[in-house]
Structure formats: C-alpha cells, structure tokens
Design a protein around this ligand. Structure first.
Ligand SMILES: Cc1cc2nc3c(=O)[nH]c(=O)nc-3n(C[C@H](O)[C@H](O)[C@H](O)COP(=O)(O)OP(=O)(O)OC[C@H]3O[C@@H](n4cnc5c(N)ncnc54)[C@H](O)[C@@H]3O)c2cc1C
Length: 528
C-alpha cells in the first residue's frame, strides 16, 4: 500500500500569482490561517488575498504524515465544529464519540483507579454521582453551575466595547464572577474535597497543559463541556481537514504561497505596510495582515520591539506561552488486535495522583521537566481504530520545556537522539504497563517528536503546542488583544486547540468586517 498517496495535504499546491500588493496577507496556513482566509473570501468579494506558509503543505500543527509505510497524525479530537464547517461548505466525514469520552487511570503506588468517563454532561453527572455517592449533591450543583456558566460564555461579545461590557454584567454574571477564578477554586466553591473526585475533575484542565490551580475556571469548564458533549475526529486522516479548507479557499480565488517564510512584518509610523520573505529582497505590500504564528515570534521578531509601544512589549514579555510536548508515534505489526484492548476513546489518560499537574507545570516554568516513574501524565491514542489503516498508537506527554533540546539537536545529534530514545522508552513503558500489554514486541516504526521538533516545525521559539497558556492570569480581558497596536495588524491567537482556532478566525474576520459577519459574538452563530 502506498500510504503516501493517501495524504490529502500533498495535493494542495501554491497558487501564488506573483502580485506585489494584496488587500489581506495571512501569515501561516495552519487551521487559524486557513479558516481566516476562507471566512474572509466568503464574506467579501473581489479581494486579493494571500496566505504565506513556510512549510510545503497546509495544516500546521494539525496534520498527518507518513513514515515507514504508516500514517501518523498530530491532533486527535475536537469539540463540535459542525456548524462552522457547514457554513464553510466543507464536507468532512466525522466520527462522533457517542458513548465514551475518556478512559482515565490514576496511579497511587501499586493501586490503579480506573474511570470510564461517558460522553455528555448528563451522563457524566450521573456517572460521577454513582461513583462518588457521598458527594452527589455537590457534584450536581457543580455540574449545573458549569452548564449555566458555559451557556453564558456563548453570550459574550468578542473584542468587546464599553456597551458590550455593560451588557455582559447583565447577560453573563457567572462569567464575570469567574473571570479571576482558577478551576481549583471552582471545585473549592462547591466543597469538592474528596481527593479522588478532584483527580477526575482536574483531568479537564490537563487538556490545556496547565494545572487546575492556575487554569482559568471558565476555560477549563468550556473545554470539559464542549469536548465531552459532542466530541469528534475525522473518519480519515487529520490532514484532510486543512486540505479541504485550503482547497475551498483556493476555489474562492484565495492564493497560497508555500515554502516561504515571512521574515519581517513591515510597518510605517505604526501602520502595517507589508511583509518581507526570507531570501527575497522584495516586499509584498498589504493593506491588512493577520498573523497566526506564535505571537512571540510575530511581534518581538517580525514586527520588532522597536516598532511597538513599550507597554505592549512589556505585556508580551510577561506572557507565558503554553508548554511543549514529547510525542511518540508507533506503527505496530498486525499481530496485535487493537480492537480487543478497550482503547477506542478520544483519550486514554494515565497519571500519578493529585498534585502531579502542579509539580509538572512548576518544573516546566523553571525550564525543566518533572517526569519520573513517580510523577507522570501521559495520554495514549489509537487513531487507526478510526481510520482503519495499519495499527498506530500515539503516546503524548506534556508539559515539557524547550530547555536544551534545541541546542542539543543542533550541537550533538547523537546525544540528542539518545536522549529522545530514552524518554520514548520511558513513555512506551508506561503505555505498555497500563494500556497495551507487550506493546514493545509489536513496534515496527517509531517516530519521536521532542520540544525541538515542535519549535522547528511551527517556528514557535518555545516549541509551545497550545499558543498562549490558558492561565487565569492571562485570560479574557487580560490576554494579548487580537487587535495589535500596529494599525491593520491582527493576531487571533489566544485559545488553544482546534475549536479555539476556528473561533479565533471567526472573531478576527468579524472584527475586520465591523461585525457584519457574526454580529460581534465570541462564538460562531449560524445564520438562520
Ligand atoms: C501534538 C499536538 C497534538 C494536539 N492535539 C490537539 C487535539 O487533539 N485537539 C485540539 O483541539 N488541539 C490539539 N492541538 C493543538 C492544535 O493543533 C493547535 O491549537 C492548532 O492546530 C493551532 O493552529 P494554528 O493555525 O493557530 O497554528 P499552527 O498550527 O501552529 O499554524 C501556524 C502555521 O504558521 C507557519 N509559520 C510559522 N512561522 C511562519 C513564518 N515566519 N512564515 C510563514 N509561515 C510560518 C507554520 O509552519 C504553521 O503551518 C495539538 C497540538 C499538537 C502540537
């Protein structure tokens, strides 16, 4: 089987016409950039639009690749984006996880607690009250509050005006009440003190790679409810999603230029004027620019601190980007029957007990990592159970700091390879112990991504995999705004994940179009 032929990402090619002036330039052809381009083309006419991408295909972090005859994917699931896909006329066959949302193991020394978390908030509430009957009332109260809070989030306006903020006081009081609350504090508010119950609930902050005592309660609640209520992945490989966005965008006369790295965002007196590509002396002029790359790279390096107000530079410098990851992708022989292993969940997660996320995150902040046999948080995913291709398993661990990985790769590749093999063995050992007996015996192909891989691939100076960290201290009005201090330069990068990227695109295009497309709403509102 020539699996390479199956990758749709490679069917999308540059259609740059060579113009030197555009109405809109978008930097990056990840899902943010593609969604921005497509929404813009759909809601304007006759515009000259160019997406510039340094890689040779679209998708950014959301992609698939082939190695040794196996197809591996980076991303694994997303909450409900069907409305926006319908609006964009993207026909992406999806698998919906109807029954189970997560298989969760928590290790306490020699004992392992297992939870099979069902999909849907009502099922989840029922499951929790059955599992923790002594806390049934508290659980019901917390879940009802979470559902109400999430409903109020849907009423928020993006890029809010003073009037919007006044309206929020009336329409979304729970959002206001939780703006500065961490997810731990939300659990405290409902008197959730049982250690094991907290371990289950705090699973949801780990989606964003931050611990519950720092994660925004609103974001964690949103991540929990939006993913568990309606959770999807493509039926085919993940690269189909960006490939279809790219094809549709090109069909609406949008242009893409691949293999081209933007080296400079040019400004004049605080107004954006164009970009300059690496190894190309000529500028391409643009009326407006949207950057969808790591904000530290875009603003500090491409715009340059000297072209930004000092208070903005200070805010940027104080912003914590999300952690990086070590990811092990395995191709397995067909001597193993994956369907018999109870692994067909969006997530299979194993970690050590309460305090693990805090410890790992503190180590990450100090520039190191806290992984050991007594402290770990690892997800195991089996994409081939959906795609039907040859057996694949992905083992993912976060948080890791970039610290040292990049230098080691550049200065002593042999040592770098040994180090990554060593951590891959550690992660494979965990997957084998808790989920896939005899895993090691079945490995045919192994591909290991380290923080250096993520930094190189995405251009993020910290190898961050979820944009700006979703800490309560840099959430909502405290985040870096989408409208940058450079006139006509926009940056829809504030929320992690595929759902966040689509909503970021909705918000920024709506902002540029003076709310003509989505009425200023923070989430997509389908037209009736
Ligand atoms: C291993 C992994 C697993 C994940 N799993 C999930 C998941 O299951 N569900 C989920 O919701 N989210 C997941 N995420 C997060 C999700 O993939 C990202 O939030 C999302 O894809 C970000 O899209 P983006 O377009 O904003 O950024 P990116 O995907 O980073 O796209 C930015 C693009 O810009 C390009 N670029 C960078 N610098 C330049 C430059 N100077 N010039 C030109 N081009 C440039 C890059 O090559 C890239 O293509 C995962 C991320 C990783 C890394």
């Amino acid at each position: 089987m020539n699996t390479h032929q199956q990758l749709m990402r490679d069917t999308i090619v540059s259609n740059y016409s060579g113009k030197n002036r555009y109405d809109l330039i978008i930097i990056g052809a990840g899902l943010s950039g593609l969604a921005c381009g497509l929404l813009w083309q759909k809601n304007t006419s006759g515009m000259k639009t160019l997406i510039i991408e340094k890689n040779s295909y679209p998708g950014g972090y959301s992609t698939a690749y082939e190695k040794g005859g196996y197809v591996f994917e980076t991303t694994q699931l997303f909450p409900d984006i069907t409305d926006i896909l319908d609006y964009l006329e993207i026909d992406l066959p999806l698998k919906r996880y109807e029954n189970n949302f997560m298989r969760r193991l928590v290790v306490h020394g020699d004992t392992v607690d297992e939870y099979k978390i069902p999909a849907g908030s009502e099922h989840f509430t029922a499951y929790l009250t059955e599992t923790f009957p002594g806390d049934a009332e508290k659980i019901r109260a917390l879940m009802q509050y979470s559902v109400d809070l999430f409903a109020q989030v849907r009423k928020l306006k993006a890029n809010a005006t003073l009037m919007d903020n006044l309206g929020t006081l009336l329409r979304a009081p729970k959002v206001i009440a939780n703006l500065n609350r961490t997810y731990s504090e939300l659990l405290d508010k409902f008197g959730i003190t049982d250690t094991r119950l907290r371990e289950v609930m705090e699973t949801f902050t780990s989606f964003s790679g931050v611990p519950s005592d720092r994660a925004s309660a609103i974001l964690a609640t949103g991540a929990m409810l939006s993913s568990m209520t309606r959770c999807f992945r493509p039926l085919g490989f993940f690269d189909e999603y960006p490939a279809k966005l790219a094809r549709k965008y090109q069909s609406l006369e949008g242009e893409i230029l691949f293999n081209s790295e933007v080296e400079r965002i040019e400004t004049n007196n605080g107004v954006v004027t164009g970009i300059k590509l690496r190894n190309n002396p000529d500028s391409i002029r643009a009326e407006k620019i949207i950057t969808t790359i790591d904000p530290m790279r875009a603003m500090h390096d491409l715009v340059g601190d000297e072209n930004l107000p000092p208070e903005y530079v200070k805010k940027l410098k104080g912003t914590i980007m999300s952690p990086s990851s070590i990811n092990v992708a395995l191709g397995l022989d067909d001597g193993i029957d994956m369907t018999k292993l109870d692994l067909d969940y969006p997530y299979n997660v194993v970690s050590t007990g309460l305090g693990t996320a805090e410890n790992l995150f503190d180590e990450f902040l100090s520039g190191d990592h806290g992984f050991s046999g007594d402290c770990f948080h690892v997800a195991v995913i089996c994409p081939s159970l959906t795609t039907g291709a040859k057996n694949t398993v992905t083992i993912r661990s976060t948080p890791w700091a970039l610290n040292g990985w990049k230098e080691l790769r550049e200065t002593d590749y042999e040592k770098y390879r040994n180090k990554k093999e060593q951590w891959a063995d550690f992660l494979i050992g965990i997957a084998e112990k808790y989920f896939i007996p005899d895993l090691t015996k079945h490995i045919v192909v192994k591909d290991i991504a380290t923080p250096a891989t993520y930094a190189r691939y995405s251009g993020s100076p910290t190898g961050s995999i979820y944009d700006i960290a979703s800490l309560v201290t840099q959430f909502g009005p405290k985040r870096i705004p989408m409208k940058t201090p450079v006139h006509n330069l926009y940056q829809p990068k504030f929320a992690h994940g595929l759902y966040g990227t689509m909503m970021g695109a909705v918000q920024v295009i709506d902002l540029i179009l003076h709310r003509r497309f989505n009425g200023g709403n923070s989430l997509f509102v389908p037209k009736k």
